[in-house]
Design a protein around this ligand. Sequence first.
Ligand code: F6R
Length: 605
Amino acid sequence: MCGIIGFTGKLEAQDILLDGLEKLEYRGYDSAGIAYFKENKGKISTRKTAGKVKDLRAICDDNESTCGIGHTRWATHGGVTNANAHPHKCGNVALIHNGIIENYHELVSSYDLGKDLISETDTEVAAALFNKLYDGENPIEAIKKAVPLFKGSFAFCIMFKNKPGIIYAVRNVSPMVAATCEEGSFIASDLTAFIQYSKKYFIVPEYTILTMTESGITLTDLDGTNVEPEFLEVNWDITAAQKDGYPTFMLKEINEQPDAITRTITPRIADGLPDFSADNIPDSLFENCRDITIVACGTAMYAGMVGKSLMQEMLGIPVTVAIASEFRYEHPVITEDSLVIVVSQSGETIDTLEALRLAKTRTQKTLAIVNVKGSTIARESNYVLYTHAGPEIAVASTKAYTVQTAAFYLIACKLGLIQDKISKDEAHEFIGNLQNVSNNITEVLKLSENVERLTKRMLNASNTFFIGRGIDYTLSMEGALKLKEISYIHAEAYAAGELKHGTIALISEGVPVIALATQSHVYSKVISNIREVKARGAYVILLSMDENITDSSICDTFISLPKVPDRFAIFEAVIILQMIAYFTSVGKGLNADQPRNLAKSVTVE
Ligand code: F6R
């Protein structure tokens, strides 16, 4: 969480920092700030404020520096105040930070830093420590001394007052990428902040000190040895990270799903069958695999639940889904024959990363489904299957979910073939259906006006329920999460058959219930459950492929999904759920892209 950017070069820094921060705002938007060398001399000025980057822009008037750093905050230590906003200055030092310094209390007492502090943040303690250890001559020596003292995660960009034009940077866990080009040197939490200047970049290696000047970046490790960065190149450009005529990123990303799925599955299909050879994933990964554990957070975990439902049915082996933040503490049963699949859009979610690290101590069969190329989870996993959703900027995940789910369909089919659980003919048919998903979604997207109309009914709701059975239940969880996070309406997902064991007491006149009935083997049972809530006054919005169930004893609003084999219905249904959440949020006048209290990339435990 938190977005950071630094620039030193030939251009005015302020515009680059503010524009970059706007692109990083999805990482946190509680407060924002910049620091720069005033008139490129040995004085550091700061501008910072609680609020968003637009509020910061309003107080920035000083275009007279070509070197500066900027930060957009997701508050961890200390409330949302001007004083707690970054950059933090102390003596000779100004810095920005992404991460958490866990031992900041001890550092304050061990190094007697208390008198230097005016904020409640862990970050200011780091600024005070760098300042204390700085001899006025050699910033790198101060960084070398300070870095081993920090416990926790950090990405720092640091300026020293008497070193105008230079930015120093160092990180552990929290992500940072950097680039040099004609215009100067850039560093940021994420490439989107500077991709318009350079498509070639490198991931800042952990515990390596960067010295950035107008003419380039040098890297040294903590022993002083030079380090050569490994350059990568992105295959998308700035337009992929812009709204492209849509009012919001979320709506754009919902509409991008057909293309994102096609991009993700096509390179993994050869002669109509799943083929991961271009990903360097050997068949041996799937041989002798006796059980599967899927670990992830939030929406990525719900994609994993779809994966579980599918794989357990197709393969007949135990598949477990674990919440990443619980996984390490619940004594997971992982053996060397277990396949552990971690799922993450950002590839930086710390709980998922730590779960992966634990899993690797038990099995070498770890596979990451990740969207962001070169991210930490992708690098640390034994194998990686990149989804090709392109940058996902809206905080609420949409296209990442469908491509993660599509990746599970490919994996399930591959496992089924390798473990002789399905025939080649069945696999061909399965993959054919998967290839049709993009076109089916395109059809569903045409229903957006109908969905927008029906959400008028949701705007005043304070409680809603999402119900379904089997794979529809896994989807209900995703639908409820999406509605909660961007519309602030309480939403609960329930296995439809479980309602009568307690929750049905909450159903009263007019409570919206979004019901999913796409699975024929539990169809009559789920319809009975829907009747039960309808009989108690619920306002039922029903999603199904069966057009014969529109009668008013079952539902108030019916959304007809294109007919597809049951297993593939979730791709269509989730689009409707995403749109219900989106239009409810917009209908309530909320910012669907940046819901309160949230950030896109969750790099704190
Ligand atoms: C919800 C959402 C989150 C993320 C979760 C995991 O819309 O976006 O629940 O899915 O924080 O993030 P990644 O996939 O980056 O690990």
